[in-house]
Design a protein around this ligand. Structure first.
Ligand code: AMP
Length: 362
């Protein structure tokens, strides 16, 4: 495909903060954005040049949206695959619906990682209380039961504590296809975001070390502080996934670092993949030559990817719930870059914004 000329329209499925920051990056490169989301006042809808409101199941509305777009991407990875395919019949969808289908299902993600020789936590697919009872014999607690679909920010998962009762757990998880996963004794959680262009050029961002609280990302740190060999293993894993998926766009790969290698000498376990900008990459806006959002725009527009060199060290804090009220404090902190998402109502556990502290290299 030839590169998209300026003024082309990038369609964004989903109206959250990832879409909002994507629009700002796209605008800088001369593009327009058309957001498809469910309600008027979502963070991305507030600043889009054009908004279509509709359900993600409404094929006719999605097709109408597609006809206005030169390329479509998703800032929310759970758009039903039928809708993605309907759009793809009209205009390119990047990353492709096939990639998004894998990322929507924890079982498929893990099977993909395994098929490429990458490590994952031990897991068993579950589709009934009886299957769960049997799996719990093979993966005893501490373990974690996760829905295959629609989980995010620690939702859709239950940590199993003894005495485990399979029938009750099956009810609690909503009697929906799930996986039982062994608890990993990790020394660090990290992520690697990698971009791949239409020409196959590939650029990883530096490895980020992530801290979670209550299943929600709280902080990201770069550099990760991990030994170079571990960083190389993590980056190689992300690149392998992007290449095998024949990605065009962005892929975020969340990983666990084990304290000791497994039988195959691997320290890295793949936890999840997301074919979109990722919360753990927000620091790229303030501490990298090219942000993850601009990189996605470049990739799907057929433009050259930017350099991803780190300008210094960075720490990103999510502003969750009432933490967003500390606006003035961050605005008067040197080297702090404040980002607010335009959400009206502060709710517990809601991501309202983030702040990145950057220490530039001298
Ligand atoms: P997830 O939705 O799979 O990313 O899980 C959210 C968070 O729960 C992760 O970032 C970890 O902190 C924790 N977690 C998930 N799965 C495991 C596991 N198998 N072992 C240990 N911690 C886990």
């Amino acid at each position: 495909l030839p590169p998209l000329p300026p003024q082309s329209v990038i369609g964004i499925l989903g109206g959250g903060q990832l879409g909002r920051m994507l629009i700002m990056a796209a605008a800088r490169l001369g593009f327009r954005c058309h957001v498809y989301c469910q309600t008027q006042d979502e963070p991305a809808a507030q600043i889009a040049q054009c908004v279509s409101l509709g359900s993600f199941d409404d094929q006719a509305a999605l097709e109408k949206f597609a006809r206005d777009c030169d390329v479509v991407t998703a800032e929310w990875e759970n758009v039903p695959v039928a809708g993605l395919q309907a759009i793809a019949a009209i205009t390119p969808v990047l990353p492709t619906p096939a990639i998004m289908a894998i990322a929507q299902d924890r079982l498929q993600e893990k099977m993909l990682a395994r098929s490429l020789g990458l490590g994952t936590a031990d897991f068993i697919a579950i589709d009934s209380a009886a299957a769960l009872a049997e799996a719990m014999q093979r993966i005893p607690s501490p373990a974690i039961l996760k829905t295959r679909r629609m989980g995010y920010d620690g939702k859709g998962q239950i940590r199993i504590t003894p005495p485990p009762d399979a029938k009750l757990l099956w009810q609690q998880i909503g009697e929906t296809p799930a996986i039982l996963e062994a608890m990993v004794d990790f020394t660090a959680e990290i992520s690697v975001i990698v971009a791949r262009g239409q020409d196959g050029a590939i650029k990883p961002f530096p490895v980020t070390r992530n801290l979670h609280q209550n299943g929600i990302l709280a902080e990201s740190h770069v550099p990760s502080g991990l030994p170079a060999a571990l960083e190389s293993e993590a980056i190689a894993a992300a690149i392998l996934l992007a290449e095998k998926l024949d990605l065009c766009g962005l892929l975020a790969v969340e990983m666990f670092v084990r304290s000791s290698p497994d039988a195959n000498g691997r320290h890295i376990l793949i936890n999840e993949i997301a074919p979109r900008p990722h919360n753990s990459g927000h620091w790229t806006m303030d501490a990298c030559a090219t942000s993850q959002f601009e990189q996605l725009v470049r990739a799907i527009a057929g433009l050259p990817l930017g350099t991803t060199d780190l300008r210094g060290s960075a720490v990103m804090f999510n502003l969750i719930g009432a933490a967003a009220l500390e606006r003035e404090k961050w605005l008067s902190t040197p080297n702090a870059h404040l980002h607010l998402y335009g959400k009206d109502e502060i709710r517990e556990g809601r991501k309202m914004g983030h702040v990145t502290l950057v220490q530039e290299n001298k």
